[in-house]
Design a protein around this ligand. Structure first.
Ligand code: CAA
Length: 263
């Protein structure tokens, strides 16, 4: 799909094998309204099925990754509207359908649904000055896109509870110290470049192995340790049926660079 097909995201391929999606609704600080989520879902699915893309970077602007769900869109909704349309369910395509790794590069505001979207990514990078928060309590609601679950798993119950109950914002620096972010960069530019570097590295490996690794790590979020380890071992066994396992191990023995079949 080309950029012209999207109104609220920009899709580019800045590095070999790497697709980048930039949220682009600058006037509303990338507030996540339905048309933007529709564009995001389409862009993600298009990159996920592209034969030339192996990893995806998701970012916003330097000012805002996303300032949350669109409060103006939500304000008039009744319970029947929200429940009837299963409001926010359409956001679950990123964590549930996308098989290739998604790295979020978070700069500026990542509030409410913006923080939740960032946490749906497989890897979260941010700049030290990023402004995270789950301020929903201030609006008379609670996080609705997974914040109470993903933030709690990422940083522990006491910290997540404090943040969700007080609605206080936290910095990218804190996100790094608590392990919510895998890496923290000095500047937004370095954050995006860092995400692209990591994505390019990932894109250089066997696509089958990369997908399998993502699947196995994500299972740890749903399964107990025993089932999780068994699940991992089954996938590991399965990879002995892939050509890339032969290619990778032979290349090691011959001290050569592997030329993957599944790229
Ligand atoms: N929804 C709709 N519009 C938003 C928005 C949002 N979440 N966040 C910002 N905007 C709009 C503003 O209304 C403003 O539009 P106008 O120029 O038409 O007035 C424009 O973006 C620029 O915003 P500000 O003038 O407020 O910019 P600022 O730099 O002074 O402040 C901010 C930035 C601190 C992020 C502030 O905009 C803000 O607090 N935004 C709301 C953050 C929030 O509460 N997010 C959680 C939403 S609830 C949610 O996400 C539910 C869920 O769990 C899924």
């Amino acid at each position: 799909a080309t950029e012209a097909q999207y109104e609220f995201v920009k899709v580019t391929t800045p590095r070999p094998g790497v697709g980048m999606i930039e949220l682009h609704r600058p006037k509303a600080l990338n507030a996540l309204f339905t048309p933007l989520i529709a564009d995001l879902n389409r862009a993600l699915k298009s990159l996920d099925s592209s034969p030339t893309i192996n990893a995806i970077v998701l970012t916003g602007s330097h000012k805002a990754f996303a300032a949350g769900a669109d409060i103006k869109e939500m304000a008039p909704k009744s319970f029947a509207d929200a429940y009837g349309a299963d409001f926010i369910e359409s956001w679950s395509e990123l964590p549930n359908l996308i098989k290739k790794p998604v790295l979020a590069a978070v700069n500026g505001h990542a509030l409410g649904g913006g923080a939740e979207l960032a946490m749906m990514a497989d890897v979260l990078y941010c700049s030290a000055g990023a402004n995270f928060g789950q301020p929903e309590i201030k609006l008379g609601v609670i996080p609705g896109a997974g914040g109470s679950q993903r933030l709690t798993r990422a940083i522990g119950k006491s910290r997540a509870m404090e943040l969700i109950l007080t609605g206080r914002n936290f910095s990218g620096k804190e996100a790094g110290e608590w392990g919510l972010a895998a890496r923290v960069f000095e500047s937004p530019e370095e954050c995006v470049q860092g995400a692209l570097d990591a994505a390019e590295t990932i894109a250089g490996y066997s696509r089958i192995a990369v997908k399998a690794a993502k699947e196995a790590v994500n299972k740890s979020q749903d399964l107990g340790i025993r089932e999780g380890v068994e699940y991992e071992r089954r996938i590991f066994h399965g990879l002995f049926g892939s050509e890339d396992q032969k290619i990778g191990m032979k290349a090691f023995a011959e001290k050569k660079k592997p030329e993957w079949v599944h790229r």
